[in-house]
Design a binder for this molecule. Structure first.
Ligand code: NAI
Length: 684
């Protein structure tokens, strides 16, 4: 088709016999298209030279198999140090996209795979958008997740295109849409299968239909009468998820829209100014740091060529049942064993509900059900590449099971335990090939919690550990390598914080105040409600294991509640009463000073334990610890993780507070020796 072609570093053009220019983005040295300063400059030149050629139209497309454009190059955000530098980067992007938006000939964005942030903003600068019709095509403006909002014309162009309500919903939640959903709200003009993509683009150029306009109600939502009212509703909705003090970006975006909608020039200007301010704010800096932490975990196991097919899970309870269905969802052939068929049946029902929720299409749901085999006799053991054990938390029972399993397993099969607290060395005793044993510690609920601790025992073979990392990525979870010390990492750091909450409650502090202090700090759920949700029996068990190793005391109150059968949410009563699964919280308020004291008491115990884990090298680095706590417990992401928080607050101030608390509350606040090396690193 190419009559003429022109190749640059990141872009190349072809001109076809209809004089349509096809502008291909294929970022050099990267598997993904993102906009760096350099790529933007090259695009600008390309657009100038295309405009000078007076083509019939322009189609913008990506040569990357994984998608259209992932957005701005986030790496370049980290090099921005001042508001002025940020503004330069924003204005550069805006001027390039403005050039595209003012083309007099028709322009089309041809979208496949992900089209996010700056990718969507470029697409919005085109007159038409065509998206591939498949589940892998996702469009969105997820900037709020990085503590900013669209700044390359995203809000200025999306709000008039689809109406204020729909546009703001997309930008404030940061959620992404498949092609058909995007068509429904008017974000794209055509959704077609792969084979029709180019034809659809060509027809739009040749026929040049009138550009899409939103319906009356959508237009009205942008009117000056509606905006102040809608903005107030939006603020209230956002406040439920993201308090203004911790997450300023969505509020800034609402203000921009409220004040400037319908005035593209003013909105572009306000967008850029606002993002330039936000990007230097600690929230955005920390959320960008968290983005890279996630990338780091995603990169683990990437080099492995391990390709397991069959997974056998023993134990169809809360965890085993959900691990099995998750693996089947991700395409593995899974057999699920328990002591009797009736123990497996509830897990199969839960699996069906999960597949229905995630897959929607009956054929795909059926295929996933076909991949998951109830297997109470354990026939699947012999063919399994990975056997995951998730039976009762009892070392002797687990060892007994391993004695039965090992002789029937393939020689190179991995044996993975989901134990939450038993050191692997204790479990490996019964094995003739202890090198094959590794921990895969999932968190509850499996479908929601992204983290899996990959636990390395003293005898775990390096290859087995590497394979466990690779497998964890293959089921789309984030692996965190940890050593086999009691409680591993996440529970060990979380437990002192939970126990302090129990201690506070037994001192007479209202449970809801304790929870409020933690959520004010930025935790997704308070520790009292978290303990109730995990189950007080499970908390007690993990606390006992940890207490025996760390010589810690378990609050009597916890033991009493468990003895009384008050196990938390699952039994309808724990620290709180539960009605229809919701905690009934009394309305007791506290002074700022009281809340601060509670928050410090909780967080200092968590931070002290984090320092201890780094010192003992339970994890490989401060960053990995931060990633584990954010993705395993939801630790306030805008604070960048416990170690990042310690460094940004200043270890000296925190240690002084620990000393104060040691004299006030006792030995449990004694600063871990690891704080010393933090001072050295800071030069304190
Ligand atoms: P559960 O009590 O819900 O399920 C255990 C299942 O194992 C039961 O269905 C039982 O019939 C079965 N089982 C026991 N012995 C068996 C044997 N010899 N052969 C076959 N099946 C057997 O327990 P849950 O909560 O699922 O815990 C399982 C493991 O996961 C434990 O090691 C626990 O520490 C760990 N874990 C639990 C978490 C939680 O939040 N519940 C979180 C992370 C790990």
């Amino acid at each position: 088709m190419s009559a003429m072609s022109d190749t640059g570093t990141h872009f190349r053009t072809e001109t076809d016999s209809d004089n349509i220019v096809w502008l291909h983005f294929d970022k050099a040295g990267s598997g993904t298209n993102t906009f760096s300063t350099e790529a933007l400059h090259e695009l600008d030149q390309q657009l100038q030279s295309i405009a000078a050629r007076c083509p019939r139209g322009l189609v913008f497309l990506s040569d990357k198999p994984n998608g259209f454009i992932a957005g701005a190059d986030i790496e370049s955000f980290t090099r921005i140090e001042t508001e002025a530098q940020a503004l330069d980067f924003l204005q550069l992007g805006q001027s390039v996209f403005n050039r595209l938006a003012t083309f007099t000939v028709p322009t089309v964005a041809l979208i496949h795979g992900f089209c996010l942030g700056g990718g969507t903003e470029l697409a919005l600068a085109c007159r038409y958008r065509v998206a591939r019709d498949d589940p892998g095509t996702r469009l969105g403006l997820p900037e709020v997740r990085l503590g900013i909002h669209p700044g390359w014309g995203g809000s200025a162009r999306l709000t008039p295109l689809v109406g204020g309500l729909k546009a703001m919903d997309l930008m404030l939640t940061g959620r992404t849409l498949a092609g058909r959903q995007a068509k429904r709200i008017g974000l794209v003009d055509r959704v077609v299968p792969e084979r029709h993509l180019r034809t659809a683009a060509r027809r739009l150029i040749l026929e040049a239909p009138a550009a899409a306009r939103p319906g009356l109600i959508d237009r009205l939502s942008n009117s000056s009468i509606a905006r102040p009212l809608l903005a107030e509703v939006m603020r209230r909705q956002v406040a439920k998820r993201a308090p203004r003090a911790h997450y300023p970006a969505p509020y800034a975006l609402i203000d921009i829209w409220r004040n400037h909608a319908n005035d593209t020039g003013a909105m572009l200007e306000a967008e850029a100014q606002s993002v330039a301010r936000l990007i230097n704010d600690p929230t955005a800096r920390n959320l960008i740091h968290v983005f890279f932490l996630q990338e780091q975990l995603k990169g683990l196991g990437r080099d492995s060529d391990y390709k397991p097919k069959f997974v056998h899970v023993v134990g169809a309870g809360t965890m085993g049942g959900d691990i099995a269905s998750w693996c089947a969802l991700r395409g593995f052939q899974v057999s699920l064993q328990d002591q009797a068929p009736e123990r497996i049946a509830p897990a199969m029902q839960r699996a069906h509900a999960l597949f229905k929720r995630k897959l929607k299409k009956p054929r795909e749901i059926q295929a996933a059900m076909d991949r998951l085999l109830p297997d109470h006799k354990g026939i699947g053991v012999a063919r399994a590449d990975i056997v995951i054990e998730a039976i009762f938390e009892d070392a002797e029972v687990k060892r007994g099971l391993y004695r039965e399993l090992e002789p029937r397993m393939k020689n190179d099969a991995i044996l993975a335990t989901n134990t939450s607290s038993i050191p692997l060395e204790e479990l490996a005793e019964s094995l003739s090939r202890p090198g094959q044993l590794v921990g895969l510690h999932f968190f509850n609920p499996v479908a929601k919690m992204q983290l899996v601790e990959v636990v390395n025992g003293a005898s775990t073979a390096a290859e087995v550990s590497a394979r466990a990392l690779a497998f964890t990525r293959q089921i789309d979870r984030l692996p965190l390598p940890v050593t086999s010390t009691p409680g591993f990492m996440v529970n060990r750091i979380l437990m002192p914080y939970l126990m302090e909450a129990v201690t506070l409650e037994s001192e007479g502090v209202a449970a809801n105040l304790i929870d409020q202090a933690a959520t004010d700090f930025g935790m997704p759920m308070g520790p009292v409600e978290l303990a109730d949700t995990v189950g007080l029996d499970i908390c007690l068990h993990v606390a006992q294991v940890l207490a025996s190793h760390f010589n810690a005391k378990i609050p009597e109150r916890l033991q009493q509640l468990v003895a009384d059968g008050r196990l938390g949410r699952k039994s309808g009563r724990g620290f709180y009463e539960y009605r229809k699964g919701k905690a009934v919280k009394p309305k007791i308020s506290g002074s700022d000073a009281q809340l601060e004291e509670i928050s410090d008491r909780l967080m200092l115990r968590l931070l002290n334990e984090a320092v201890s884990c780094v010192r003992e090298q339970v994890v490989g680095s401060d960053d990995l610890l931060d990633a584990g706590m954010i993705f395993g417990t939801g630790f306030a992401p805008f604070r960048g993780g416990p170690m990042h928080y310690i460094r940004s607050t200043g270890p000296a101030a925190l240690q002084a507070r620990l000393q104060q608390f040691t004299s006030r509350y006792g030995e449990r606040y004694t600063a871990d020796p690891g704080w010393e090396s933090l001072f050295n690193a800071q030069g304190d």
